[in-house]
Structure formats: structure tokens, C-alpha cells
Design a protein around this ligand. Structure first.
Ligand SMILES: [Zn+2]
Length: 132
């Protein structure tokens, strides 16, 4: 069964042509579309060259269908939250919204998985160390 990613608000499918498509706005006010790979922990994002993000800059992400703001904050770190369906199980996927901060969490009913070099910094916040 194929993995799918969808909006937590409108449940619209965000996963098209093997990319997660989100609308984004940088702290500097630039707006654009960003395509993320579904390989969690891979932080190469595809976007138009004019959509420039500075290292450390905060980027807000929105559902391109209902325009809901996908932000959630944990421990003063902003994350983008999308839902993932994988082999029939629903997960919350949290991506860091700070450019260059590599932290992704996949939260299931009983499990937390962390991806990315910077993920450890936040592990204590969840009240449990992620079980890999
Ligand atoms: Zn939506």
C-alpha cells in the first residue's frame, strides 16, 4: 500500500508525483511552493530559484488546498504538521520550520521516530526518547 500525505484540516492529498507539495512563506515575506521528498530525514526541497530561504530563517507552511497554517510549536521550535498514512496506520509528521535545522518526527499512536542530525535536541520534550 502506497504511503500518502494529507492535510490535517481538509484531508486534501498533498502527495503528488512522489512529492509533498506545500505553500510556504518566509519570515522575509517571500511566498512560493515547496516540494518535499517523502524520504524522511532528506531535507532537499525543490522550489523556484527566486524563492530564497536564508539559513536559520523561519518558514511558515500552508496547505495549498485549504490554506490552513500547518504550524505546531514544541519547545519553542516551530514545526510543520502533516498527516501520513502508511500501511493503514495514521501518523503525524512534524518537519522543522527553521531552515537548516534538520529535525523530523513521525508520531504514531504508540511510537515516535526521529530523523535528521538535529532531531536529538528535541527528544526530551516529547516526554520519552524516541524508540527507533
Ligand atoms: Zn488543507
Amino acid at each position: 500500500m502506497e504511503t500518502s500525505f494529507y492535510c490535517p484540516f481538509c484531508h486534501g492529498q498533498l502527495y503528488v508525483n512522489e512529492r509533498i507539495i506545500l505553500s510556504a512563506r518566509t519570515a522575509g515575506g517571500l511566498q512560493g511552493l515547496v516540494l518535499l521528498t517523502p524520504d524522511l530525514g532528506d531535507y532537499r526541497a525543490i522550489h523556484h530559484p527566486e524563492f530564497k530561504v536564508a539559513e536559520g530563517e523561519h518558514v511558515d507552511f500552508y496547505c495549498p488546498i485549504c490554506h490552513g497554517n500547518l504550524i505546531v510549536e514544541h519547545n519553542q521550535t516551530p514545526f510543520t504538521r502533516v498527516m501520513m498514512l502508511e500501511t493503514g496506520e495514521e501518523y503525524e509528521v512534524l518537519f522543522s520550520q527553521v531552515a537548516g535545522l534538520k529535525a523530523t518526527y513521525v508520531i504514531g499512536e504508540r511510537t515516535i521516530r526521529a530523523y535528521g542530525d538535529d532531531a536529538d535536541e528535541n527528544t526530551n520534550f516529547w516526554g520519552a526518547t524516541p524508540r527507533y
